[in-house]
Design a protein around this ligand. Structure first.
Ligand SMILES: Cc1cc2nc3c(=O)[nH]c(=O)nc-3n(C[C@H](O)[C@H](O)[C@H](O)COP(=O)(O)OP(=O)(O)OC[C@H]3O[C@@H](n4cnc5c(N)ncnc54)[C@H](O)[C@@H]3O)c2cc1C
Length: 430
């Protein structure tokens, strides 16, 4: 048996961020990860200024080699090709990054360890441990991905803590074990990616997004987009993500990827002979699709709480930000004696997440249901919008949730006002 003040399950961006901020606050935190670093995670590897902001808050050295900077986004739709630089805001950096999840997650986990977190790799958590009142008091770990660690290779182990943070990704094993089902009304997007050797595109200063992809079979627009993200090491990360279409359902992402890449110039090298590894795909839980985000000593962060933005499919920044908020609430709760005051602080975690993104996600979920899942990005990226720098900047900042608050320019003002007009969703409790 092993004890801590907080156990964090999963050392992806959500878990390592939570563990780092807890350790920095002087909390004894145990971070349990089923794999061993470095390891792959299916992702686009693209980081917006929102994510860069979170990396800076964790004290990650983003000037070190291996980080590929981006100036902004290039959107491609039909014959249109536009560049939109990341905005120069007061609250966020004016650049993005890309870095393979192969070492990105490792860097974050090491940073949490440097701050004082205890990381156990190769420990696969199987279930929460609860007391008689149903409150989480720890976790059990069963057969893990690697031998040698407690909870690995068939040696069951119990880890105890008064607070547990579930950062176990889209599988949401801990949340499900506590009966927190996904909202069946919310759609799940899927995304697929593959690396290609492409010296031609690997040093690109822009994250490229294609909004006019089609179903290979019927030629209708895909309710999603394709990306080409430069890795800076001779490779690009290429992929596409889509919602299920209202009429045509889920697309065959591999076929759609082939269909799209055949359209790209030969010189870019996005062809079978330059591919590194297979096409890999995974689910994107969007728009707060699991509630409540706190129950009985368990806080959900990142994909386990369905926190990917319904506007653009971005989830790393959101996972890291939620990790920080959860850490702050847990540290505050631990400063109080067990009982109603502590519980009140923990119950405030979903309230705070709802304050940050409730309205914005509600609007994004509506946009996903009413527009994106019917017609993709075509209706918003029409000729008129693509020809207007003002509308493009506004749309880009809306999609990537980049505004200053309070507003500092007309675009901030417009977006912040529209989002404020959306009725705040109620915070669900058990
Ligand atoms: C194809 C694709 C492309 C994407 N592209 C982007 C992008 O370009 N930019 C972006 O911001 N987002 C992107 N996303 C979304 C992003 O990958 C996720 O939102 C993000 O990884 C969520 O972080 P997380 O820490 O919540 O979960 P994860 O990154 O999934 O981490 C969960 C961790 O928990 C561990 N774990 C799971 N179960 C257990 C267990 N039982 N016991 C112990 N450990 C466990 C896992 O091994 C993993 O390390 C993409 C997603 C996909 C599928």
């Amino acid at each position: 048996m092993d004890e801590a003040e907080v156990i964090v399950v999963g050392a992806g961006p959500a878990g390592s961020s939570a563990a780092y901020h807890l350790a920095a606050a002087g909390v004894d935190v145990l971070l349990l990860e089923k794999t061993r670093f470095p390891r792959e995670k299916v992702c686009g590897d693209g980081l917006t200024p929102r994510a860069v902001h979170q990396l800076i808050r964790m004290g990650i050295d983003i000037k070190a080699p291996g980080w590929m900077r981006s100036r902004g986004m290039r959107w491609v739709a039909g014959e249109h090709r536009v560049h939109i630089d990341w905005p120069g805001l007061g609250s966020y950096p004016d650049f993005g990054l890309s870095r393979s999840r192969h070492d990105f997650d490792d860097i974050l986990a090491r940073r949490a360890v440097a701050a004082g977190a205890r990381l156990r790799e190769g420990v696969k958590v199987t279930s929460p441990v609860t007391d008689r009142a149903g409150r989480v008091t720890g976790v059990t770990a069963g057969a893990g991905a690697a031998a040698g660690a407690a909870g690995g290779a068939g040696e069951p182990a119990v880890y105890r803590a008064p607070i547990v943070i579930a950062a176990d990704g889209a599988s949401a094993r801990l949340a499900l074990a506590m009966g927190l089902q996904r909202d069946p009304n919310r759609q799940i997007a899927t995304a697929a990616r593959r690396y290609y050797r492409s010296p031609e595109r690997s040093q690109d200063e822009y994250l490229e997004l294609w909004a006019d992809l089609r179903y290979p079979g019927n030629d209708h627009y895909l309710p999603g987009y394709g990306w080409i993200f430069p890795m800076g090491d001779g490779r690009v990360n290429v992929g596409l993500g889509a919602l299920p279409h209202r009429r045509y359902g889920n697309a065959d992402l591999r076929a759609a990827l082939d269909h799209w890449l055949a359209r790209t110039p030969q010189a870019w090298g996005l062809r079978e002979e330059n591919a590194e590894g297979p096409v890999r795909s995974a689910a994107l839980p969007l728009g707060f699709n699991r509630h409540p985000l706190y129950t009985s000593g368990l806080l959900l962060v990142g994909d386990s709480g369905g926190m990917i933005s319904p506007w653009n499919g971005e989830g790393i920044a959101q996972a890291m930000e939620a990790g920080e908020v959860a850490a702050e609430r847990a540290a505050l709760a631990l400063a109080l004696p067990e009982g109603p005051r502590r519980e009140h602080v923990l119950l405030n975690y979903p309230v705070e997440m709802n304050r940050r993104w409730g309205r914005y996600y509600r609007l994004g979920n509506a946009a996903a249901d009413l527009v994106f899942s019917r017609s993709g990005f075509q209706p918003v990226l029409n000729r008129y919008v693509m020809g207007s720098p003002f509308l493009l900047k506004t749309l880009a900042r809306l999609l990537s949730n980049l505004t200053d608050k309070p507003s500092r320019d007309v675009i901030d003002h417009l977006i912040n006002t529209v989002v404020r007009l959306v009725p705040a969703p109620s915070v669900r409790r058990r």
